[in-house]
Design a protein around this ligand. Sequence first.
Ligand SMILES: NC(=O)c1ccc[n+]([C@@H]2O[C@H](COP(=O)([O-])OP(=O)(O)OC[C@H]3O[C@@H](n4cnc5c(N)ncnc54)[C@H](O)[C@@H]3O)[C@@H](O)[C@H]2O)c1
Length: 267
Amino acid sequence: MELRGRTTVVTGGASGIGRALTLRFAREGANVVVADVDEPGMAAVAGEAQALGVKALAVRTDVTELAQVQTLAARAFETFGAVHVLCNNAGVAAWGGLETATHRDWQWVLGVNLWGVIHGVEAFVPRMIARGEPAHIVNTASMAGLIASKGLGVYNTSKYAVVGLSETLVKDLKPHRIGVSVLCPLGVETRIRDSERSRPAALRNERAERAEPMQLIGRHLSPETVADMVLAAIHANELYVITHDESLEPLRRRFERMERSILDRRR
Ligand SMILES: NC(=O)c1ccc[n+]([C@@H]2O[C@H](COP(=O)([O-])OP(=O)(O)OC[C@H]3O[C@@H](n4cnc5c(N)ncnc54)[C@H](O)[C@@H]3O)[C@@H](O)[C@H]2O)c1
């Protein structure tokens, strides 16, 4: 898909991967809509995009609230007439065993990581279909949506769901010429380890103690490298954007365990 003159929307666009995606799209000549809860951050990114010669709109959006994502979609379509690329990217991480996860941890992480993506689909897909132009949706999951890690269960649950949603969405939207990609990185140099900064007061744990972020295997890529890979996947209409070669062995081992369960039963 040629992005020049088209319109892109990125949630979580104020920082990290979302910021890099927004600026990568702007460099391609696309108009950009930045949606985030971090108002100064998204205003700065919109300013950077404008300096690249494209139109940019920043819309404060808490993706956990359907009404706010509906407003985001309405603003984007009113301003630019169409949306060609939607990145449901906003996400947060919480660390610690499932046996100690609080209800607030579940509400916060699933609210942003899963309901945020669902709200993006609910608000944008009907408008994209009505518009009838080719479009693409990128959902940011994680390698944590394909491989489970001890101490990351709440996050794993949210990201596995995003992978499942995306794998189905690609089938459902094919007749409408809307492609879907699901982004599954390992480590990326962003502020994800400081996710608590955006946790709403009402969902803070009563006891402040929390597990330290765990160390991921493999390299940490720059958000810009990841954004390049996403752009290539949009152009090639590829479902999986698996950014790290280091993912191959754990993925193979997971599949082999499943294969063994079938083969062992046959014996
Ligand atoms: N950094 C990594 O190692 C890594 C690896 C795999 C997947 N991811 C995923 O990448 C995505 C982007 O995260 P990042 O690494 O760039 O982190 P980041 O913390 O740098 O950026 C996340 C952005 O999401 C925004 N956000 C948080 N809650 C929000 C809400 N309710 N509504 C709207 N925006 C909200 C934050 O303000 C921030 O700007 C997330 O979905 C994350 O789970 C990151």
